[in-house]
Design a protein around this ligand. Structure first.
Ligand code: NAD
Ligand code: UDP
Length: 341
């Protein structure tokens, strides 16, 4: 029987790519999103790419009654929870907004799941939960904590809430996926990351410089203890990340209960300069940049051990850094103003 997956935040960057992958793999998808950080146009694009219509509920997870109504209207087999606010800087300025949205949203969702006997959940966590680690690569069993901002703390708190829920409910199955740095876009160039205003993250900033919307990139720190002095991160193609969710669902449907955590990254680190080089290759001209001071809270190096996801989920990343940059650039060129084009 076809399984129905509720995807909260399904019109966002990672959610939209996951919706496509789920449909490709034979799942039926129901999206719940309040468009607080996405465009209704994403649904149109997804329906075109998937070649079928997709149910969407314009619902805020903070509204418990409306969340329950979605569960009452649909026969849901499992939930993937992408919905949440994610801007680190904004979370420092408006912590309550982050605690309210991310925590109350999660609590309302799990309460509705319990009421309607839905027992499988995938949660989007982040490498940020590892705090300020010094030993690489990062393993799921490494210590967590010591995060520097409220956004990261919402992820830590939710991981703890989910651990407690699994301990108290033996028939519950929860997979937490800790993402490293998502990059890229669907190969069609019709969906991708569409940040509001000036991007905070490296890749969208670079492509907006490349297309002439921004003057030059600021490289945050050139004096880190790395080979070229810039920070090293683990970039993973968003389509590979999406496939990780489908694999995690398959795992939950194999009747695996309890609480499990998996890193999703490529397992390889690239410096900011190496990312600029790779974008210059696909764009075909230099990306103007200047080195400025370090950004508060940045750690020098972060990359994942991905052995656990490979062994247990049978998941491996397939798209290298060149493809990640080429796909990001295709999306930027086809949609210079994101979903407004
Ligand atoms: P995104 O902002 O593009 O997508 C999140 C979606 O959730 C948006 O469509 C937004 O409208 C929706 N949403 C937010 N609050 C909601 C609410 N209360 N009710 C209903 N919908 C709501 O973000 P993304 O990059 O796709 O990230 C998805 C998840 O992965 C987030 O939880 C994020 O914290 C996590 N994550 C992202 C990254 C990253 O670098 N993008 C890294 C690690 C973890
Ligand atoms: N970065 C940068 N300039 C920017 C944005 C990011 O030099 O305009 C660097 C940042 O210091 C980090 C890397 O690029 O080392 C990735 O940053 P991003 O914000 O994309 O992701 P993070 O790793 O912080 O989650």
């Amino acid at each position: 029987m076809i399984k129905t997956i509720l995807v909260t935040g399904g019109t966002g960057y990672i959610g939209s790519h996951t919706v496509l992958d789920l449909i490709k793999n034979g799942y039926r998808v129901v999206i719940l999103d309040d468009f607080s950080n996405s465009s209704p146009k994403v649904l149109e694009q997804l329906e075109k790419l998937a070649g079928e219509s997709i149910s969407l509920y314009n619902v805020d997870l903070k509204d418990a009654k409306q969340v329950e109504a979605v569960f009452a209207a649909e026969e849901i087999d499992a939930v993937i929870n992408f919905a949440g606010y994610k801007a680190v800087g904004e979370s420092v300025e408006q912590p309550l907004k982050y605690y309210e949205n991310n925590l109350i949203g999660l609590i309302n969702l799990v309460k509705a799941m319990q009421e309607f006997a839905v027992k499988k959940l995938i949660f989007s966590s982040s490498a940020t939960v590892y705090g300020q680690p010094e030993i690489m690569p990062l393993k799921e069993s490494d210590p967590i904590g010591n995060v520097t901002n409220p956004y990261g703390r919402t992820k830590l708190i939710i991981e703890e809430i989910l651990t407690d829920i699994c301990a108290a409910n033996e028939d519950f199955g929860v997979v937490t996926l800790r993402y490293f740095n998502p990059l890229g876009a669907d190969e069609s160039g019709e969906i991708g990351e569409d940040p509001n205003g000036i991007p905070n993250n490296l890749a969208p900033y670079i492509t907006q410089v490349a297309i002439g919307k921004l003057e030059k990139l600021s490289v945050f720190g050139g004096d880190y203890p790395t080979e070229d002095g810039t920070c090293i991160r683990d970039y993973v193609h968003v389509a590979d990340l999406a496939a990780g969710h489908t694999k995690a669902l398959d795992y939950l449907f194999q009747d695996n209960q309890g609480y499990e955590i998996f890193n999703l990254g490529s397992g390889v680190g690239y410096s900011v300069y190496q990312i600029i080089d790779n974008f210059e290759k696909v764009v075909g001209r230099p990306i103007p940049y200047q080195v400025v001071g370090r950004r508060a809270g940045d750690i020098p190096v972060s990359y994942a051990a991905i052995d656990k996801a490979k062994a247990v989920l049978n998941w491996s990343p397939t798209k290298d850094i060149g493809i990640m940059c080429a796909d990001t650039w295709r999306w930027q060129q086809k949609h210079p103003n994101g979903f407004q084009d």
